[in-house]
Design a binder for this molecule. Structure first.
Ligand code: S3P
Length: 456
């Protein structure tokens, strides 16, 4: 009996894969996807440095956000998680309980790993930051370099990677920083560091998602922003106090993107996704797909604490055109490109996406993954280190076995593969289903509401 029990555990562990044999078919549905990941992590970090109790509703309960919660708990911040709300008992800007030999594990989350370093630049004891296999391959020099200008010191593996050690300083001075990758994580990390530094930090940042700026504005922090054509000039003064605040996190456009694409690729299905964050710096996926001919509209637009939100209505069946994607749309769609490429695969012509070097800096090298997935479905691509040409085929229909194994367990590789299987057909075995826990634990459950038992 014992042997049988352990055998069944073993089978469960080994079978973290799903098998899809049929296309999704017609549907007309309304869904709700979970809270936005960027906003959830920011809310956790900001609440931890507020004075008093902050409450969030619809906080994303995925591994990345739970890692953020665990990180602030390690720093002595109390957190209460109930079914519908999360309470964080902030202790102010200087409220972290720094201890000797502290280790913070950011797991898979670049956003957590990079942003939290900004808040730790005053630690009196060295803190070790670690992450999982994927995060340990990613570039942390991009934040340690600017943060060390404030006065903190860093020791990184191979000068660039995790694990790293941060040595804080009590003599932190404002800096000047040029952010030229279009990375919101770098920009935000420096903005958080500036909260603790004497003087005015001046950041010239290439356009990227601006949730941190909007939160600062909502919290009336001493931050000013001048928007120029290609970059923003952000000035941040030392912060004295942050008042506690409640937040109802809108749904994540990046999680919605999988359903948007599936519907765009469908014959004539219709989908409504309720209450989605449509911050203009995040809706690149909608802009790009509309240019390709997709039918997507925003309904019931509202503004909530500086962030825009709306219901998305998507209809399938439109003829899809190829796109020569302007690079200025890249940062607003950076997490969605893998799934956007599926639409290019079905467009009537050659699409071209360029200046995408940042795509290979994600949870896994996603430009390489794009090439792999598209070649598996028989779509020709020409890729360089930072661009991809996709030779679309409007009659794309797969009738073969396809296996996807993604050893860095990139959640977006898994979910894109599922959408490809449901849209183009074929017999797919997709491994690493546990990867969805990073950003979208109920992804398969929501899909099952659209089509029951769609996978084995
Ligand atoms: C994020 C910024 C982006 C994005 C990531 C979340 C954020 O990363 O890819 O998923 O919340 O600031 P970069 O800053 O590396 O572009």
């Amino acid at each position: 009996m014992h042997i049988l029990a352990s055998l069944s555990v073993l089978i469960k562990i080994m079978s973290r894969k799903i098998i899809i044999k049929d296309k999704i078919g017609y549907y007309n549905k309304q869904i709700l996807v979970p809270g936005d990941k960027s906003l959830s992590i920011r809310w956790v970090l900001f609440s931890s440095i507020c004075d008093g109790v902050s409450i969030a509703k619809n906080l994303l309960m995925s591994e990345d956000v739970i890692s953020a919660v665990n990180a602030i708990k390690k720093l002595g911040i109390k957190v209460k998680i109930k079914k519908n709300e999360v309470k964080i008992y902030g202790k102010g800007l200087n409220g972290y309980k720094y201890k000797k030999n502290l280790i913070i594990n950011a797991q898979n989350s670049g956003t957590l790993g990079r942003l939290i370093l900004g808040l730790l630049i005053d630690t009196p004891y060295p803190i070790k930051l670690i992450g999982d296999k994927s995060l340990s391959k990613r570039d942390f020099k991009r934040v340690s370099e600017p943060l060390s200008k404030f006065g903190a010191n860093f020791k990184l593996k191979k000068n660039k990677n995790l694990p790293l050690k941060i040595f804080g300083s009590t003599n932190l001075k404002a800096i000047k920083y040029i952010e030229n990758k279009g990375s919101a994580q770098c920009k935000s990390s420096v903005m958080l560091g500036a909260f603790k530094a004497v003087g005015t930090t001046i950041i010239k940042a290439k356009k990227s998602r601006n949730h941190t700026e909007l939160l600062c504005k909502h919290l009336k922090l001493p931050v000013t922003i001048k928007e120029r054509k290609n970059y923003d000039e952000i000035k941040v003064k030392k912060v004295q106090k942050i008042k506690n605040f409640n937040y109802e996190i809108p749904s994540d456009i990046s999680s919605s993107a999988f359903f948007i694409v599936m519907t765009v690729l469908s014959k004539n299905s219709k989908l409504v996704i309720k209450n989605v964050n449509i911050n203009p710096s995040r809706i690149g996926v909608v802009t790009i797909l509309k240019r390709m001919g997709a039918n997507i509209i925003f309904k019931n637009k509202k503004i909530y604490k500086g962030e825009k939100k709306a219901d998305l209505e998507i209809k399938g069946g439109k003829k899809l055109k190829p796109i020569n994607c302007p690079s200025r749309l890249n940062s607003g769609a950076i997490d969605e490109f893998l799934v956007i490429f599926l639409v290019a695969a079905k467009a009537g012509g050659i699409s071209y996406f360029k200046n995408l070097e940042e795509l290979n800096q994600k949870e896994s090298p996603r430009l390489k993954w794009a090439q792999t997935i598209l070649s598996k479905i028989g779509v020709k691509t020409i890729t360089s280190t930072n661009s991809i040409k996709i030779f679309g085929n409007p009659n794309l229909n797969i009738d073969k076995r396809i296996t996807i194994k993604n050893y860095l367990k990139d959640h977006r590789v898994f979910m894109t593969s599922v959408i490809a299987a449901l849209s183009f057909g074929g017999k797919w075995t997709i491994h690493d289903r546990e990867s969805i826990n990073t950003s979208f634990p109920n992804f398969l459950k929501i899909l099952s509401k659209i089509k029951k038992n769609f996978y084995d």
